[in-house]
Design a protein around this ligand. Structure first.
Ligand SMILES: CC(C)=CCC/C(C)=C/CC/C(C)=C/COP(=O)(O)OP(=O)(O)O
Length: 348
């Protein structure tokens, strides 16, 4: 890889990267605000590198074979042993930047800036991040290629759903764990590695259960396993049709139940994650507890995913949770807070 741009990044580049994350991700916006340096910048850059690939993968207006080519090319830009420059990647991606680009496409348009900021990070954290990011990019290329003739992803089985979640989120869990486990005891690092996948799958499955409408209409992707839809006599292409709301609701319940199986492992991860290199428990505990709250809403009103197109915890509850952490939440409070949020919304 070569960035094709000799100039070093400036403070303005890093500031831009922080602003960009706040524009594209609710989850990582909260997380990065809770972290301190240097972890904040590491997670910020690691996330943006992944987000470039994610935006290309979700682009309904790019033909699948082009998505695969762009993702493969992006991987080569990230590969230190390959000769692809970021300028070549930009030449190929620029025709696909939407005219009215939102924040996510702005990140793609600014890939050179993201990359040069990434390349300026200390060697050790940068190299810990590179492989998981490339695994995510390769996984996305594999999926766009696998469903090239369908025009969008159409996951078939629960095993394939888990495989997809691994690439989309499990790799991010590896990235985070690699950074936070540095310098900790073997036992702690092993415990984190054993539970990182569950943490990531939990968050990804919750997103999949609540975003069925948008995933289909905006990205032409169906992550609900076709085998589970078939058991409810729902054709994959009719996933958002009113006539099938009942059947799809049952599948959403199934995905919700599947996600809940990962809650204990993820809690275990939080119980051992060290607070060093700028890492903070709250940065990961908050998304975890928001997932607990979202699972509660999904269990109570799964039909709203297809009826209203949206199931999420209220802004008031998010605020109340953030406030709790401002006041201080210790590891020993986590289980209690989880129990409380699983039952009813948190109040200020
Ligand atoms: C070990 C460990 C800590 C694992 C967790 C890994 C992790 C945070 C994976 C990302 C999960 C996910 C679905 C983020 C959604 O954010 P998004 O960027 O799509 O945006 P949104 O929050 O706005 O939906």
């Amino acid at each position: 890889m070569t960035t094709g741009q000799p100039e070093p990044p400036t403070d303005a580049d890093l500031e831009w990267c922080y602003d960009a994350v706040h524009g594209v991700s609710r989850t990582f916006s909260i997380t990065i605000d809770r972290l301190e340096e240097p972890m904040a910048r590491h997670i910020c850059l690691g996330y943006l590198l992944c987000r470039v690939a994610d935006t290309i993968e979700d682009a309904g207006h790019i033909p699948p074979e082009t998505q695969t080519e762009l993702l493969t090319e992006y991987d080569r830009v990230l590969d230190p042993d390959a000769d692809r420059t970021v300028s070549e990647f930009m030449t190929d991606v620029e025709p696909w930047l939407p005219e009215e680009r939102g924040d996510d496409w702005e990140v793609v348009a600014q890939t050179p800036r993201v990359l040069r900021t990434f390349e300026s990070l200390a060697d050790e954290p940068r190299e810990i991040m590179r492989e998981p990011v490339r695994e995510l990019v390769d996984g996305m290329a594999m999926f766009t290629d696998r469903y090239a003739t369908e025009g969008g992803l159409r996951l078939q089985t629960v095993e394939e759903l888990e495989e997809y979640c691994w690439y989309a989120a499990g790799t991010v869990g590896t990235l985070i764990t690699g950074l936070v486990a540095r310098g900790t005891s073997r036992e702690r690092a092993d415990e984190m590695r054993e539970n990182a996948r569950s943490f990531a799958l939990l968050l990804q499955l919750v997103n999949i259960a609540k975003d069925v409408e948008d995933d289909y209409h905006e990205e032409n992707n169906v992550y609900l396993p076709a085998e589970w839809l078939a058991a409810e006599n729902v054709d994959v292409e009719a996933v958002t049709d009113e006539a099938h709301h009942g059947g799809v609701t049952n599948v959403i319940k199934r995905v919700t139940g599947h996600a809940e199986r990962y809650l204990d492992d993820a809690q275990r991860y939080l119980e051992v994650v060290p607070e060093h290199h700028g890492n903070r428990l709250s940065a990961w505990a908050i998304p975890y507890l928001l997932a607990v709250g979202t699972l509660r809403e999904l269990r109570e009103r799964p039909e709203d995913v297809v009826r209203e197109g949206d199931v999420k915890v209220s802004r008031a509850e998010v605020f109340a949770l953030l406030q709790q952490f401002e006041d201080g939440v210790s590891r020993s409070n986590l289980a209690e807070l989880r129990k409380e949020m699983a039952e009813k919304p948190l109040h200020h």
